[in-house]
Design a protein around this ligand. Structure first.
Ligand SMILES: *Cc1c(COP(=O)(O)O)cnc(C)c1O
Length: 473
C-alpha cells in the first residue's frame, strides 16, 4: 500500500514514510492509493474477532512495511484492559431497540481520541527505534490544544523513548478537569506551555514554527494533529466493531451519528463504508459552528475566522477549518488533483469555495452523509431527555450527535451514536442540564489535589522557538 497527496504532487510513499509527517510537501494530505474492498467472507470472519484482532485485520491492509508480528504486538499492547478499562475496549450500550451509544471514551483521558493516540504513541516509538540511517533517533512533537487532544497526546507519549512533546494551550481557557489532566503530568518528556492568548493563537504559533523549515529540520519537529493518517486509520476499527455488535448478519444496515469538528472521526466512518461495511447514513452533527453542515446542505464551504468562531458548550467541536475535510473532497471530486488545487486556491483567495452547481454536489448522497446542527439549548435538552428516558448521562459533544442523529433516525435502521467523551470532563454543562455533578472515575479522584507543572509564555513565536530549542533532544 502506498500513499499519495490530495494535491497530486510527489511520489507515492509507504506507510512508515508518512507516519511522522504532517502535510505532504505540496500542502495536501496523504491518502491511500485505494481503499481495499473487503470480501463478504472477510467481513464475516471479522464478526467474531476480539477488538485487537479486528484492529490488526483492518490495519494490516494499510500497513505493509511493518513486519506482521511487530504490528500485531503494537496493536495488542495498545488495546488492553489496563488501558481501556475492559476486555471489549469499546462497548455498545443499548438505550432502546435500535438506539445505541458506542462507548469510545474509556481510555486514560476519557475521550475517544485515546483510541487513536494510544496506538500512535506506540507506532511513533517503534518507527523511531527501527528506522535506519538518518531517520533513526528522536522526535519533538509540537502541538496546540483546546483541551482534549493535548491530554490524549500527552498520555499517549509520556515516558516514550526518543519522544518529547511540547503542547501549547490557552491559559485559563480550558475546563478545570482538562487543565488538571494535562498540567499535573510530571513526566520529563512532557512540556506544557500555557499561552497568554486563545486556542487560535496557539494554532497560529504552531503553524508559524512549522513554516520555518530550517528550524523544523534542526529540531526534528513532528506533529500529532488530527490530519495524521494513522489516527484516522485507527478510528475506522470501531465502526466495524459497533456494526457487528448491533447486527446479527452482514445483510443489515446501520447508521452512525458522529459529533464533528475536524472531520477526522466521520472520515473514518466514510472509509469503513467504502471498504464495504453496510452503513446506511453517516449523520454529521455540528454545534453552532456549522461550517460543515452548511457545506453538506448548500455546497458552499466557508470556514469562519476570528470572532466568527463561537465559543460553545461543546468546545472540542469549535473548529473553524475542518482539517480532514480535504480527504473527503478528494474522493468526492473523483480524485481529480487539479480540481483540488483549484478549490483550495479559491479557498485561500476568497475564503470559500462553492460546488453547488457541479455534479460533485449531486454525488454527496451516495457517500452516505447527512448533516445537521444543534445549539446550546438543544444540547441541554438532549442531556436531560437521555437521562430521564434511559438513565444514561452523555457529555455535551455526544449530545450534539444524539440530537442530530434522532432527527435523521429511520425506523428499522439501528442508530449508533458515538460517545466521544465522558460527562465528567464537562461538569459545568451537565450541572446546567440536570442539576447534578457527573461521576468522576476513581483514577481521577485525586487529580484536583496534584501539583501542576507548566510554563507560561507570551504569544510570541520567537520566544516559543527559543523555549523549544532549549528543551528539544
Ligand atoms: C475531537 C472531538 C470531537 C470532534 O472530532 P473530529 O474528529 O475533530 O471531528 C468531538 N467530540 C469530542 C469530545 C472531541 O474531543
Amino acid at each position: 500500500m502506498r500513499y499519495i497527496s490530495t494535491r497530486g504532487g510527489g511520489i507515492p510513499q509507504p506507510f512508515l514514510k508518512i507516519l511522522l509527517e504532517g502535510l505532504a510537501p505540496d500542502g495536501g494530505l496523504y491518502v491511500p492509493e485505494e481503499y481495499p474492498k473487503l470480501l463478504a467472507e472477510e467481513l464475516e470472519a471479522m464478526r467474531s474477532m476480539t477488538y485487537p484482532e479486528l484492529a490488526f485485520a483492518i490495519l494490516s491492509k494499510y500497513i505493509d512495511d511493518i513486519p506482521s508480528a511487530d504490528l500485531r504486538k503494537i496493536i495488542f499492547d495498545t488495546y488492553t484492559k489496563e488501558i481501556f478499562g475492559s476486555e471489549t475496549i469499546v462497548s455498545l450500550k443499548k438505550l432502546e431497540d435500535n438506539l445505541y451509544l458506542l462507548g469510545l471514551s474509556e481510555g486514560p483521558t476519557l475521550a475517544f481520541k485515546d483510541i487513536a493516540l494510544q496506538l500512535l504513541g506506540r507506532l511513533f516509538e517503534y518507527a523511531l527505534a527501527s528506522a535506519g540511517g538518518k531517520d533513526k533517533g528522536t522526535l519533538n512533537i509540537l502541538g496546540a490544544t483546546s483541551g482534549d487532544t493535548g491530554s490524549a497526546a500527552e498520555y499517549a507519549m509520556r515516558g516514550r523513548a526518543g519522544i518529547r512533546i511540547f503542547m501549547l494551550s490557552p491559559l485559563g481557557r480550558m475546563s478545570d478537569f482538562q487543565r488538571k489532566q494535562m498540567y499535573t503530568l510530571q513526566d520529563k518528556n512532557i512540556f506544557n506551555i500555557a499561552i497568554k492568548g486563545t486556542f487560535d493563537d496557539c494554532q497560529d504559533i504552531v503553524k508559524k514554527v512549522n513554516e520555518d523549515g530550517e528550524f523544523k529540520h534542526a529540531h526534528h519537529l513532528g506533529a500529532v494533529n488530527s490530519i495524521n493518517w494513522a489516527r484516522i486509520l485507527a478510528q475506522t476499527v470501531y465502526y466495524f466493531w459497533g456494526y457487528f455488535r448491533a447486527t446479527r448478519a452482514n445483510t443489515e444496515h446501520v447508521s452512525f451519528a458522529v459529533p464533528t469538528g475536524n472531520f477526522g472521526d466521520i472520515l473514518a466512518g466514510c472509509i469503513a463504508r467504502r471498504m464495504g461495511l453496510p452503513i446506511k447514513h453517516l449523520i454529521l452533527a455540528t454545534n453552532e459552528n456549522n461550517v460543515l453542515e452548511e457545506f453538506f446542505t448548500t455546497g458552499v464551504y466557508r470556514p469562519r475566522t476570528g470572532a466568527e468562531v463561537a465559543v460553545t458548550s461543546s468546545p472540542s467541536m469549535d473548529i473553524s477549518k475542518a482539517s480532514n475535510f480535504e480527504r473527503y473532497v478528494f474522493d468526492l471530486v473523483g480524485r481529480d488533483a487539479s480540481r483540488m488545487q483549484k478549490l483550495w486556491s479559491d479557498l485561500a483567495e476568497k475564503g470559500a469555495f462553492d460546488i453547488s452547481g457541479s455534479p460533485d454536489f449531486a454525488r454527496i448522497p451516495a457517500t452516505g452523509i447527512v448533516a445537521g446542527r444543534s445549539t446550546h439549548a438543544d444540547r441541554l435538552a438532549t442531556i436531560r431527555s437521555v437521562h430521564e428516558k434511559y438513565g444514561a448521562l452523555v457529555d455535551p459533544h455526544t449530545a450534539d450527535g444524539v440530537t442530530t442523529g434522532l432527527k435523521h433516525r429511520e425506523d428499522s435502521v439501528p442508530l449508533i451514536c458515538l460517545e466521544t467523551a465522558l460527562p465528567a470532563k464537562f461538569a459545568d454543562t451537565i450541572r446546567e442540564a440536570i442539576g447534578i455533578n457527573p461521576d468522576l472515575p476513581a483514577s481521577f479522584q485525586t487529580l484536583a489535589t496534584l501539583p501542576e507543572r507548566f510554563e507560561i509564555l507570551a504569544t510570541n513565536v520567537d520566544l516559543i522557538k527559543k523555549y523549544i530549542a532549549a528543551h528539544t533532544y
